[in-house]
Design a protein around this ligand. Structure first.
Ligand SMILES: *Cc1c(COP(=O)(O)O)cnc(C)c1O
Length: 387
């Protein structure tokens, strides 16, 4: 029997070359040769104002929370259907995450529920571009502007995704990318903060937070002759060795995306016929005004029982499919901050019915044929037995 992993890190073959080069340059700590190369690459490729490489998306989110000066009593609206990092950054500043519903078609923040949850304490919104498909940014931006809210995009899934020709991460005040090993382009652990404000003050403040509260970045640019401790900060800059690894990945960004698209299209082509069945409600799709990076391929079933059956059957066939986020409001920490499992009904329903299939460049056409044949067999069983 074939064994098909849920995810496999794709290596271009150039990673070792660039890592060795970083080593021979003696370039190990932050903001070296390769860190500049990758941040310039991202700025150019996605027309971004300023990119600061970080150790993770979680850290980029933390930096954004500090930059908007979140404090105790402030509220930040975000979907419950996301990773813990989105809420961590808010909690860390003593502010409160407020969970909103997601839309039934893209599983992205529901603009109507976002608007309904705004109070006098709301300071920001964090839309999460789920699966590499951007949120309804025109609506979200309009609501945020009317209510004077900051927008921090959690674009951890969405490097190389676009909304009406504009890159994810460039649409709010700040954007956060992830290069974690589970994402499309990887440095193992890594991320980036995108600063869309052109105000030099904001960028300078971000550099200080990132560089242990010092103005070392200005010093490195030759603006001052020594650097000092000038404010609050931490150490959010990645080693240049990891950025050398990432450079190899970013060079292959279009190729990696194309390979993922092929898998996505294959599933769509072979599974769409089952949409007429009443047990299958949804397969992955990309709205016409958006461009995906094909981070995730999902199916949504009529109920949890069917989803769990398909999951278990796929595993018995050696295919490692999986569910996704446990909604944050229903997690132990969510309940600790006052939420109840039964809150956010639509989010609960979607999370319980969602199944993700393997999607990565190294899946062979034989793997894909095997997975879709297995699904066809499982669907037949469902029809016959009426699960
Ligand atoms: C992966 C992920 C993160 C965290 O990324 P790290 O780089 O591992 O910190 C944040 N938000 C979402 C939606 C994610 O999927």
């Amino acid at each position: 029997m074939r064994q098909i992993a849920f995810n496999k890190v794709y290596l271009t073959g150039k990673e070792k070359y660039y890592i060795n080069d970083a080593l021979s340059r003696g370039s190990l700590s932050g903001d070296g040769f390769y860190t500049h190369k990758v941040s310039e690459f991202l700025e150019e490729k996605f027309a971004l104002n300023r990119v600061l490489m970080t150790t993770s998306a979680n850290h980029a989110l933390e930096m954004a929370a500090q930059l908007i000066e979140l404090k105790e009593g402030d509220e930040v609206i975000m979907p419950s259907f996301t990773f813990s990092s989105t809420a961590n950054a808010v909690l860390k500043e003593g502010a409160s995450p407020v969970f909103a519903e997601i839309k039934s078609d893209t599983f992205n923040l529901d603009p109507t529920d976002f608007e309904a949850k705004i109070t006098t304490r709301t300071k920001a919104v964090i839309p999460v571009h789920y699966a590499g498909v951007s949120c309804e940014m025109d609506q979200i931006k309009e609501i945020a502007a009317e209510n004077d809210l900051f927008i921090i995009e959690d674009a951890a899934h969405a490097v190389n995704s676009f909304y009406k020709e504009q890159a994810a991460g460039s649409l709010g005040d700040f954007g956060c990318y992830s290069f974690h090993g589970s994402k499309n382009f990887v440095s193992g652990e890594g991320g980036a903060l995108i600063i869309n404000s052109k105000q030099p003050k904001i960028i300078e403040k971000a550099e200080i937070i990132r560089e242990k509260g010092t103005n070392r970045s200005r010093f490195l640019r030759g603006k001052i002759d020594k650097y000092n401790w000038v404010g609050e900060g931490s150490s959010y800059l990645p080693s240049d060795i990891l950025m050398a690894l990432l450079f190899a990945q970013l060079e292959a960004l279009d190729k990696i995306t194309l390979e993922r698209k092929k898998v996505f299209d294959y599933y769509n082509q072979h599974l769409k016929e089952f949409l007429t069945e009443d047990f299958l409600e949804l397969i992955s799709s990309v709205p016409v005004d958006r461009q995906s990076n094909y981070h995730i391929y999902y199916l949504k079933f009529r109920n949890q029982k069917i989803r769990d059956f398909v999951l278990q059957q796929l595993r018995e066939n050696g295919v490692e499919a999986t569910f996704h986020f446990q909604p944050l409001h229903a997690s132990p920490m969510g309940r600790k901050i006052g939420y109840h499992k039964k809150d956010l009904e639509n989010t609960n329903k979607i999370a319980a019915r969602l199944l993700r299939l393997p999607i990565y460049p190294d899946l062979s056409s034989a793997d894909l044929e095997y997975i879709t044949a297995a699904l066809r067999g499982i669907f037949k069983k469902i029809k016959q037995a009426g699960v």
